[in-house]
Design a binder for this molecule. Structure first.
Ligand SMILES: [Zn+2]
Length: 71
């Protein structure tokens, strides 16, 4: 049963396919601490579920925001 739902696009999928922003702790930059702060402003926490497409969207969005900050 597809019982997980993406917080952003509301797409339903299997629980094993859930992505969360916790995966960003493996990125070197931006730091995870910075990422958490960034997502907090978007009202996203570590336990929100996303589909693969949306987590990629947020990954890019956060990297873009980080780069702007550094320039
Ligand atoms: Zn989604």
């Amino acid at each position: 049963m597809k019982n997980a739902q993406c917080k952003k696009c509301l797409y339903k999928f299997f629980k094993k396919d859930i992505y969360t922003i916790q995966q960003f702790q493996y990125r070197k930059k931006p730091t995870y601490k910075w990422s958490l702060g960034f997502f907090k402003k978007l009202e996203i926490d570590e336990w929100d579920s996303f589909c693969e497409k949306c987590i990629m969207f947020y990954s890019k969005k956060s990297i873009d925001a980080w780069k702007k900050l550094k320039v």
